[in-house]
Ligand binder design. Structure first.
Ligand SMILES: Cc1ncc(COP(=O)(O)O)c(C=O)c1O
Length: 430
């Protein structure tokens, strides 16, 4: 039995994130991985791939970074999870509060979804309102019903929940103004990423902040992806905004499972227990939320980033990669069909058909050919360990892949695909 069949037999979806599913990769992708080091992953047969997936963006320094792993192991030797709060729990909380401008208090957990859902719950408790405004362009903020109910995947979600999340557009303040006006006094929070594929237009995030203040709405920035990549102090620092609540995860511990909801004291302390007689909010209470290994890794990640130009490197490498992809696409005569762009520290690529629409068969072909040439690029997540040698390896793989891509544009992509095209994650039916 193949690894894929074994995975699908015992795990619904064959992985613990839908983005890792077989339907997201071409047929020649490794079905399973054995290890990672630096910017590379290795399959059980020992084949090594230069990786631009980087554990769904959780790893931004490099896989198995010795210093960070050692900090995690040191905490494991101290017991890893104790009966009262641990010293590293206090250190990590003080570090985060010190690091992020808008943050007075923080609560740690293991996954991003739980953090963002906790922020939404706090906003509802604080405002006494129920509706959530979320940005339509940001593909994923939580696996919980309040978010997934606003995608096509509504099966299993109560009808009432489906009506409570409303959508507005990124970089379009008017769409948010209209949404708020359509539901006067009912919006608990506005939740979005500071940036995703596009950076914010001048004044957009400040405008969101002002609208929230004006209408008594809690302003939540989800920094799961931007945190520790755009700037050590978050994209909120880079773009000069002060969210009421914010969430971090992914890169904050270079791949260890740490996430958090954090923000203004008067909102966060609704989850506190010391104010006698006040009605309580049951905020993130989990057995493993402050697991010491992860928090040790988080503290070590911040220390590493203070000593090494991680963020500068991501921006510079991304700029070079975008330019390289554009130059190679032009050289192969496919610039009309293959576009590279995005915020430099977090680039993206698009594959377009003759009509200019996004083509998943062409995306599959590109991934397939890159894999044939030793590069796993389902999307682009960069790390500090992507250096000159890795850029050169990418250039070589791009040349070879684009030569096939060019032929496929002339002769038909189906002829060159070795398996089915990848499918969108948020589709209603399999
Ligand atoms: C912006 C954003 N928010 C939240 C999440 C959820 O994080 P996690 O997968 O750690 O639950 C993700 C994950 O992809 C994300 O990209």
């Amino acid at each position: 039995m193949s690894y894929q069949d074994r995975l699908l037999k015992v795990i619904p979806g064959g992985a613990h994130t839908y983005s890792r599913g077989f339907d997201q990769f071409p047929a020649n992708a490794p079905q399973i991985l054995a290890s990672g080091k630096g910017a590379y992953v290795v399959d059980p047969e020992g084949r090594q791939y230069l990786d631009y997936g980087m554990a769904l963006r959780a790893v931004h320094i490099g896989y198995a970074e010795d210093e960070i792993d050692a900090a995690a192991v040191a905490q494991i030797h101290l017991g890893n999870n104790l009966t009262r709060p641990s010293l590293i729990e206090l250190d990590a909380a003080e570090l985060l509060v010190d690091l992020i401008d808008s943050v007075d208090m923080v609560k740690f957990t293991k996954n991003g979804s739980t953090s963002v859902s906790a922020a939404v719950k706090l906003a509802r408790a604080y405002t006494g309102r129920e509706l959530v405004a979320r940005c339509i362009e940001h593909p994923f903020l939580s696996y919980d019903d309040w978010f997934i109910g606003s995608t096509p995947l509504t099966r299993g979600i109560p009808q009432q929940t489906l009506t409570q999340t409303k959508l507005f557009q990124y970089n379009d303040l008017t769409s948010l103004e209209q949404l708020i006006a359509a539901h006067p006094g009912q919006m608990a929070c506005v939740v979005l990423e500071p940036a995703a594929t596009e950076p914010p237009r001048d004044g957009f995030l400040q405008g969101v902040q002002a609208l929230c203040r004006q209408h008594g709405i809690v302003f939540i920035l989800d920094e799961m992806i931007t945190g520790f990549r755009w700037h050590l102090k978050g994209a909120q620092h880079l773009y000069g905004v002060q969210p009421d609540l914010c969430t971090f995860g992914k890169a904050m511990a270079n791949g260890f499972s740490v996430s958090c909801v954090a923000g203004r004291r008067d909102i966060m302390e609704l989850g506190s227990i010391e104010a006698e007689g006040r009605e309580r909010v049951f905020l993130l209470s989990t057995t493993h939320g402050a697991e010491m290994a992860g928090l040790g890794a988080f503290v070590a990640t911040v220390e590493f980033m203070r000593r090494n130009p991680v963020v500068e490197h991501l921006w510079r490498y991304g700029e070079r990669l975008i330019a390289l992809m554009a130059q190679k696409a032009s050289a192969h005569g496919i610039a009309h069909s293959f576009k590279a762009g995005g915020v430099a520290c977090s680039p993206y690529y698009l594959t377009l058909d003759a009509a200019g629409a996004v083509s998943l068969p062409l995306r599959t072909l590109f991934c397939q050919e890159m894999i044939r040439n030793g590069v796993l690029m389902p999307w682009i997540a960069l790390s500090f360990r992507h250096g000159d040698a890795e850029l050169a390896q990418t250039a070589h793989a791009l040349d070879r892949s684009f030569a096939v891509y060019r032929r496929a544009l002339d002769e038909g992509v189906e002829k060159y695909l070795v398996g089915p095209a990848i499918k969108p994650v948020f589709r209603k039916h399999n």
